[in-house]
Write a protein that binds this ligand. Sequence first.
Ligand code: DC
Length: 221
Amino acid sequence: MIIVIDGPAGSGKSSTAKAIANRLNIQFLDSGALYRALTYLWLAAGKPDKAEFFENLPETVLQAEYRDQNFFVHLNGEDITENIRTQLVANHVSEIASHSQARDFVNNFMRNLVKNDTYVADGRDLGTAVFPDADLKFYMDASIDERAKRRFKEMKQSNSSVTLEEVKENIKARDHTDQNRKKDPLKKADDAITIDTTGKTFEEQLNEMIAVIEEKLKLKS
Ligand code: DC
């Protein structure tokens, strides 16, 4: 079984998906982290020509695992869980994620991963392109100011020197690239349930979604 949560940056998808995974004791998959991993790989290689970079992508060994409240990502054996959360990676990730080779690589990885367990996954195009037959689809959203404030707070915790204005500009730019790219843009699936989190507490939005999931599970059993 798979539950997907799509939405723009900072809408609360990841933290909500994690909380759902913990409450229901299921697996969590952070698709953005996988695009960040490819972006980190490209940056660490010194920003090579994209055609050459994507040609070599099949040799890359990507591993992901949700454990102890954290989504761990390993790339060619190296733990890059922390390295993918920098502003530099955030500044380039939409650019890398707009390439169809990057999307095919990440999509294949995710489809294989979810085969053997129950997952809640968060991303941009999961309900539309990656898992169109998902058991349950949510689309989370919030105002740009609220999303920027949340991301800023998150980044401050890791002692980042970034300003609120920079975070807001980055989110706006990413929204634009994510919504306008040709291949699988950020879009609400027709059959997704919209959750607008503006002005809601985390517990309120979580309880609202858990209630929908439990209803669905009841209908399935
Ligand atoms: O969720 P996040 O902010 O960590 O995602 C990082 C970037 O990855 C985001 O700007 C767009 C891209 N992404 C995507 O294109 N498709 C997904 N399913 C998930 C993320």
